[in-house]
Design a binder for this molecule. Sequence first.
Ligand SMILES: N[C@H](CCC[C@H](N)C(=O)O)C(=O)O
Length: 278
Amino acid sequence: MDTWGFAKGHGTRNDFVLLKDRTGSAPLEPEQVRFLCDRHGGIGADGVIRAIKAAHVPGWDGDPDLWFMDYRNADGSLAEMCGNGLRVFGRFLMEEDLVDSKDLVIATRAGLRGVRELPDGRMCAHMGAVRVGPEPISVVHAGRRYPATVVDVGNPHAVVLLPEAVELDGLDLSDAPLLDRAVFPQGANVEFVRVDGERELSMRVHERGSGETLSCGTGVVAAAAAHAETLGGPDGHCAVTVPGGRLEVTLDDGRAELIGPAVIIARGEVLVPDPRTR
Ligand SMILES: N[C@H](CCC[C@H](N)C(=O)O)C(=O)O
């Protein structure tokens, strides 16, 4: 067993265990991530975020002094980006005094991203380029086929704009929707969206690697981008209500900003099984 210091935080109740490992001293094994995310046998979270100095990230060829957001899904899989996680990561770095600014550049597997604290206390994440795929696709959920839109937010998404006859709240998202593996060889996050108004959406999500979560920042951006396309795209602003709260998205010239809360709710120590002694 190893004793690790951790923090717990969330953004619209998409929750994360946060670890500080400046030099990336030991590999973070998938089974350790699954343990940390286990809501009964571990701490419980939708994902784990490890803070590593970019100089110690194999393959990183940018500024070595940046903090790298090493994001993992609850099943232990890697993901390129995490929008709620980026805001919570920024809050974590600020509260741990690991940075001396409230406006940060962060290294991620999807490249450079930004996050800054707003005067009202919310965090604004610069989410980079958002690409809406032209090819029409479909997903199958509960035996029904839905048209969907491919959206790349650094990580893959399939966005379903629900027909009016389908109740968003009535969907059972306990099983993963079926995707075309030719389109999504690495899987994808699947968003189900109700259009409440030209600038108002409601959304639920089945996340790749974590199942249904109460919020998904990149998913909210993907939903806003898919919706903007139906209005003639690609720019616009909208508010998105998710089960965990409310987020705001601004799309400008194919790049997105995501605004919402980010809080650290606990710090502590956790006894992590060493996979080598299993
Ligand atoms: N499950 C996602 C990563 C986390 C995304 C979500 N938590 C967010 O806030 O963007 C994936 O495998 O691409």
